[in-house]
Design a protein around this ligand. Structure first.
Ligand code: SF4
Length: 345
């Protein structure tokens, strides 16, 4: 059963740094105060009440957990101890910076119930890291990831295509270098220009040009395809919409879309539909078969894909959910023609 995550945003707490893109209050929608034991227990209990019997895990997102004062780490994780003992919390995940990890600390975290460590990597290119004010090197990323794996913990890796100095080719290289570190999952956040950040100043001065929405979708599609081909799941693409993020003036520029991932998955499907319908007579009726969960991706947002195919001369008459197809396979039928393809090839 998939665990339900109880999120606590400890935004920027413990972070010694100021990355050019970071305004955690706007991104996460919280000032990042530490919750006390009562608040933690109450929130876990509320989530358990609606979990439908699924396991419940707790996640501390936002800041650099391993860099906050040690007694706070102890207090936060200690509050969860009785819940873990009673089986009410199945696991704990934290996120942190690559330069705020060492083997001893990881062993302690593990003993306190932390099973998953997400590392904000963002890029493996030294110049991009420097221009983004990350304050760590790619070598530190490698060391941190190896330590997490060595500690027997689940490793999550976060990447941010579109940072200052980044290019699609550098983003792909970063991804491949990260995949070589054997992460258990990825999150991909295309860079946005958030108000009250250094990046906002650079953008206003004309010194930073963000990815366009279309460019980011295409780049993230390529990153997603490479990650899935390496059998590494991508659990999030694009920032989660929050009230703060959605409020006017928060996102100044960049590829923000509340359903960004669906755009990416839709473009993956559009590419394959185009490939499978190549050479068919113009205007011929085509039926597309896909896994049930893929139907809306094949149609595209607001039927974007169907319109694009129609402009290409391909008339999709229906999309049929076929439970025998895997999530990554599509089949098209047109007259006596039947073709099958895989989204990851
Ligand atoms: S390390 Fe993380 S929390 Fe700290 S400034 Fe950078 S993005 Fe923000």
């Amino acid at each position: 059963m998939r665990p339900i995550t109880v999120p606590f945003f400890i935004s920027h707490q413990g972070c010694p740094n100021q990355c050019v893109f970071c305004n955690q209050v706007r991104i996460a929608g919280t000032g990042g105060e530490f919750p006390d034991g009562d608040a933690i227990r109450a929130k876990v209990s509320a989530y358990r009440g609606t979990s439908g019997g699924n396991p419940v895990e707790v996640a501390f997102f936002g800041g650099s957990f391993t860099a906050i004062p040690f007694d706070y780490q102890e207090r936060l994780l200690g509050a969860l101890h009785p819940l873990r003992e009673r089986g009410e919390v199945s696991g704990i995940r934290i996120s942190t910076r690559p330069d705020a990890i060492d083997g001893e600390h990881l062993a302690w975290l593990r003993g306190m119930g932390v099973a998953t460590v997400e590392i904000g990597i963002q890029s493996m290119d030294e110049s991009v890291l420097e221009r983004s004010g990350r304050g760590h090197t790619a070598a530190q990323v490698v060391t941190a990831c190896r330590l997490v794996k060595k500690a027997g913990m689940v490793l999550g890796a976060q990447l941010m295509p579109g940072l200052p100095g980044d290019t699609p080719a550098l983003s792909m290289t970063s991804l491949h270098e990260v995949l070589a570190l054997n992460p258990d999952f990825l999150r991909i956040y295309p860079t946005l220009v958030i108000a009250e950040t250094r990046l906002a100043e650079l953008y206003r001065a004309g010194e930073y040009v963000p990815l366009s929405l279309a460019g980011a979708v295409t780049l993230c599609k390529m990153l997603l395809r490479a990650a899935l081909a390496a059998e590494v799941p991508v659990i999030r693409i694009g920032l989660q919409p929050t009230a703060e993020l959605d409020c006017e003036g928060s996102v100044l520029a960049g590829p923000y879309h509340p359903a960004f991932r669906q755009l990416v998955e839709g473009e993956l499907c559009l590419d394959l539909c185009r490939k499978l319908t190549t050479g068919l007579p113009r205007g011929m009726g085509v039926t597309v078969f896909c896994a049930p969960a893929r139907v809306s991706d094949v149609a595209g947002q607001r039927r974007y894909n169907l319109e694009a195919l129609r402009r290409d001369g391909v008339h999709v008459t229906s999309i049929i959910a076929d439970p025998d197809l895997s999530h990554h396979d599509l089949r098209v039928e047109a007259g006596s023609v039947s073709r099958r393809g895989n989204l990851l090839v």
